[in-house]
Design a protein around this ligand. Structure first.
Ligand code: ZN
Length: 76
């Protein structure tokens, strides 16, 4: 998946409320080793060697998607 597609999907999830779009809203995210389910954005399978970021909404992201999400969040 290229960066633009990744970015588009993340923006969509932010609009849908699956991903936090406003830092003033309370949310929690857990970082840890992957447990098998794929990244919610790019579909990459997250194994024990990968780091996954799991949100309270149930969305999980790999490092690349998480980084893009942070950029989008900072954009406001
Ligand atoms: Zn991903």
């Amino acid at each position: 998946m290229d960066l633009e597609e990744r970015r588009t999907r993340i923006r969509q999830k932010m609009r849908d409320g699956e991903l936090v779009s406003n830092v003033t809203r309370q949310f929690s995210v857990c970082a840890g080793p992957g447990q098998g389910p794929p990244c919610s954005v790019c579909g990459r399978v997250l194994g024990a060697r990968d780091t996954e970021f799991e949100f309270s909404s149930g969305v999980r992201l790999d490092v690349q998607c998480f980084t893009v999400w942070l950029e989008e969040l900072g954009r406001g």
